[in-house]
Design a protein around this ligand. Structure first.
Ligand code: DX5
Ligand code: ZN
Length: 218
């Protein structure tokens, strides 16, 4: 699966930009609050409006403090998947239950330096694991290959039936890095600059997907 990240789109034309790649599996929306990360993007009113202009399932990545208080609104707005950060959540198990009760898939994200092991039990309550492959906050940063060890571990836990999460990666995914991530076991690739920075974003999505498929046979 390929999830273009709107962070690299033209924010003055979001409705149009949301639909530049019709074959996108999810539309990744980065919500940043200027506290959990040193950048500010958009919030719930923009997501609510965006929902009216796209049929692509919306994947909200909340890089915010106190997601226990704010995440539910994004689920109620009709997001397909809502991801919160393990480093920010106060009660991640309750949060996952609340997100699911509101009709969304629940996602848990870990920053590059956050280990996976302490979160494995909590992840039993989640649908998605988002492994950050850059420090969250900005698009266009270089991929951190060391995080692939966590992807391999997560893949093994899923393949052996210990976890049932979809494994997602976010940050620095492009034609040069997607194969290593695919080989490590990623199911869903977020790509911002590699899609919106391309001359033909729709083609970029197709070609990233083809590359990932070719090296995993999936
Ligand atoms: C970074 C965001 C990413 C970002 C990825 O904090 O979570 O979703 O858009 O951008 P690229 O693909 O350019 O690294
Ligand atoms: Zn993101």
């Amino acid at each position: 699966m390929i999830a273009p990240s709107l962070l690299s789109a033209d924010f003055a034309r979001l409705a149009e930009e949301a639909n530049v790649a019709p074959s996108a599996d999810w539309l990744h929306v980065d919500v940043m609050d200027g506290h959990f990360v040193p950048n500010l993007t958009l919030g719930l009113p923009v997501v609510q409006s965006l929902m009216k202009y796209t049929n692509i399932p919306v994947d909200c990545h909340l890089m915010i403090e106190d997601p226990d208080r704010w995440a539910i609104g994004y689920a109620e707005a009709g997001s397909y998947n809502v991801t919160v950060h393990a480093e920010a959540a106060h009660n991640p198990v309750k949060l996952a239950k609340d997100l699911r009760a509101a009709g969304a898939k629940a996602g848990l994200s870990i920053k590059p330096k956050t280990p996976l092991e302490p979160w494995v039990e909590v992840l039993r309550h989640y649908d998605t694991l988002l492994v950050m492959s850059v420090e969250p906050g900005f698009g266009g940063q270089a991929f951190i290959p060391e995080v692939l060890d966590k992807v391999r571990t997560a893949r093994r836990l899923v393949d052996t039936g210990h976890l049932r999460v979809l494994v997602q990666i976010d940050g620095g995914i492009n034609a040069d890095t997607i194969e290593a991530a695919a080989e490590a076991g990623v199911d869903c690739f977020v790509a911002g600059s590699a899609v919106y920075g391309a001359d033909d974003p729709a083609l970029a999505v197709e070609s990233l997907r083809a590359q990932a498929r070719a090296c995993t046979g999936r």
